[in-house]
Write a protein of this length. Structure first.
Length: 114
């Protein structure tokens, strides 16, 4: 499985961005997809995850502001980020899991200016 993320950028506080992550390869084996982020000097943390059945889970810090979704026909997972805050600044990584291992895409930088 290969993952290609896009959609990062620079935005002012209160603005919105949408990240996309397109999977290729053995996508039939994927059981869940997620987005993680890593800010400078901090550990990578879970932002949002969506299961194969469509169930979602979010970090408390993004609940009500971020939405994860999937378009199965396009093998693409999205992260809609609204009401962005400076503390959302990080490198965002998309993730996919099958029954054996996680897969990671290259990170995409999100910078929120105050």
């Amino acid at each position: 499985v290969q993952l290609q993320a896009s959609g990062g950028g620079l935005v002012q506080a209160g603005g919105s961005l949408r990240l996309s992550c397109t999977a290729s390869g053995s996508t039939f084996s994927i059981t869940s997809d997620g987005w993680y982020r890593q800010a400078p000097g901090k550990q990578r943390e879970l932002v949002a995850v969506i299961s194969g059945g469509g169930s979602t889970n979010y970090a408390d810090s993004v609940k009500g502001r971020f939405t994860i979704s999937r378009d199965n026909a396009k093998n693409t997972v999205y992260l809609q980020m609204n009401s962005l805050k400076p503390e959302d600044t990080a490198v965002y990584y998309c993730n996919a899991d099958d029954s054996f291992r996680p897969y990671w895409g290259e990170g995409t930088q999100v910078t929120v200016s105050s």
